[in-house]
Design a binder for this molecule. Sequence first.
Ligand code: ZN
Length: 587
Amino acid sequence: MHNSRHSSGRSNLVRTRRVITPKPRSASEAGSKEETLRWVALGGLEEIGRNMMFFEYKDEIVIIDAGLQFPEEETPGIDYIIPNTTYLESRKQNIKALIITHGHYDHIGAIPYILGKLGNPPIYTTRLSKEIILKRQDDFPNSPKPIFQIVKGEETIQLGKYFSITFFDVFHNIPEGFGMIIRTPIGKIVHPGEFKFDYDHEGNPKGLDVWKKVGEEKIHTLMIDSTGAETPGFALSERIVEKELEKLFKSASGRIIVGTFASLLDRLAEIIKIADRLGRKIAISGFSMKSNIQIAQNLGYMKIPKGTIIPLEEINKHKDEKILILCTGAQGEPNAALMRVANGEHRHIHLKTTDTIILSSSIVPGNERSVQNLKDNLARQGATIYHYKMLDIHSSGHAPQEELKTVMKLVKPRFFLPIHGYYFMRWRNAKTAQEALGLKSEETLLADNGLVVELRKDSAKVTDEQLPAYYVMVDGLGVGDVGEVVLRDRRTLAQEGMIVIIVSISRQNGRILKNPDIISRGFIYLKENQEMLEEIRKKIRGIIGRIPAHQPLDADYLKTLVRDQIGQFLYNKTERRPMILPVIIEI
Ligand SMILES: [Zn+2]
């Protein structure tokens, strides 16, 4: 997935799960036990996004992916959520590698925040992912300079004493994604990266040989992305998407504006190719899209004839029917290009009734409302709008059920470990594996973030050992400095409003000097609630009046009294709990 933003995940914030800090095993303990490979996901198992997992065998650790998750309703004002790396930080000398499966933000986004904390381990990835990671590092001058080891399909590398990894190419919606066979002392584990099938012009899936070859080895455990596990059937072929887009482009009489993800590089390449074929010039609005297209061009993934891409400022120099504009913001992100177009705030793009707008991306769960808003605003201006539900102009990058089943049957693992996605998605994926492979339910492993899964030669089980996996929130450029208290305040302010109580008190005798001032924001409109206002004032006078006059004034204690008692009073009256900010002024 990309740009994931969703609205569940509440559980992560309120759940108090027993956190065991694992004690180092003594040599005798480890020796007496069967050799164990430990696997833990630090994110990605209870959400879409924030993908990060690691393997640990004796004193060696291999990490796969380090993604971020976009914020949700329960985390207002937060930029990103990243995986919790506490456990890994305490063992950073054991980390042999950070392997990045592909260049999407839910797999690379946490890198600048955690690289330093993990002792800057070498990053094993492909050329394209490297460029995308490097581009992002520009914004983080304090993050260490990453050390890259470029790998490609069919290459095998040795990591430490215990891990040997063979990469294989998979098809996703960004080029250069890979899967891996991870050879360990207890057996071979397959991580297929994120993938979907690519189809030829006859509609036959391509690249099945790769999976067949993987299946020729005896595979202990197969992990699989569960994002598409609830979707029946096969993926819509990109060939059909391409055909439909071409049809649409041909029928447009004015300008074409396409909104999609900056990370959907394959789709962007398709669109540019068709536009060029139809003689349209292409202008790009959105920094991330521009830089991704540049990277793809540099690496030869997009061959765009000179003069095809024009600066945005020049769109009016060409006829409308010769222009296609690519925009970020198909998810209704407030500051992205398309939203600014919709709101009439874009510097260069002003909508015309002859414009055709195409939203070529699915809606990430949680973004439904902002996308609705976006479409409404665009439609109000009289443009013609198409989105993926009306036409086959988008195909997900994640394999749906039948494709998943095909891979499961070709790989034939002994154990199945569904990854990436909410519990229900992974549960569905596990069911698919049970049907496809005849596995028993205990042979399909449903873990949670932070739960240790133990893999041995002839067994695999989810233990109850829990490593820290609670949210780490990034606010601006600060990491983890937004605690649960700050978030709770933001939620309270958003949902219940606030009330400020200003009390002036005589330093000499502790008496109230004038009637308390009360300011309310987002709670109740005080002007229309004079009665309540008077009652609050009376209450405050009562609270302060009951403090013996000879007692020295304790402002903190007084604030607590006011907060608690006025809070309770307001709750009784209104069943709401606004934030109460008492201010005591001693005169
Ligand atoms: Zn992806």
